[in-house]
Design a protein around this ligand. Sequence first.
Ligand SMILES: [Zn+2]
Length: 273
Amino acid sequence: MSPAIIDPDDLSVHAPQPIPNLYVSEYFQKHGGVTSLLELDRVLPTPLSEESTSNSEDEASVSSLVRDRQFLEGDRSDDFKEDNEKTKLQALAAAIKVMISCLGDDPEREGLVKTPERYAKALLSFTRGYHTTVTEVVNDAIFHEDVSEDMVVGKDIEVFSLCEHHLVPFMGKIHVGYIPNGRVLGLSKIARIVEVFARRLQIQERLTRQVALAIENILKPRGVAVVMESMHLCMVMRGVEKTTSSTTTSCMLGSFKEQADLRGEFLSLVKGK
Ligand SMILES: [Zn+2]
């Protein structure tokens, strides 16, 4: 993988496309074929029929059309965004209800009746990184400093993410170091940058690399080093690994890649407890 492939601010690579209200059934037919299971027609707003599109007198249809056009043109009003969020939540909750049935439990029993919506909300929160960019979270907290020789290290930053192969959490710590080239970042912002990428469906290797590339991209430092240690529940819960075992990944860029002594210094700094 070459660094140029991942632009930390380009969400188009991994971000799911927003689901337009009117096309959700089609969307599921194309992407999952579960329309009948979900009974989407019942849970979703009425699709715009051929007949109503031709009736320009009908105010409701006109407003649907306007909203639909706004969606296509990418100029979405807040109302439309809210509707789209609601639709997404409903479709997700419906899918989770099916999931519970498939697992062999009764989604209507008392303890589970609110679980689909609750889990849907939780999942959307665990993946909110799709709707954030590095530029947004950094929010101009870049300072000009003449500290070009000193290594800046943020260590033991807690990370929680979701493994994209099993949709099960992996969690651990990430350590970030860089050698400034006239620009430094507010320290709390490193943790915020990590969140942007951790709150997506991930693999640890990509997460590590994306954090490094993001720092490189916004600071243009002399070098960036990122090391992540984490425990994957998909492994330990299945008994593939012991609960104490962790996976370590690293990404070294610039002077950290070129100079073994710098790498060594960084690693001894993050390992020293
Ligand atoms: Zn996994």
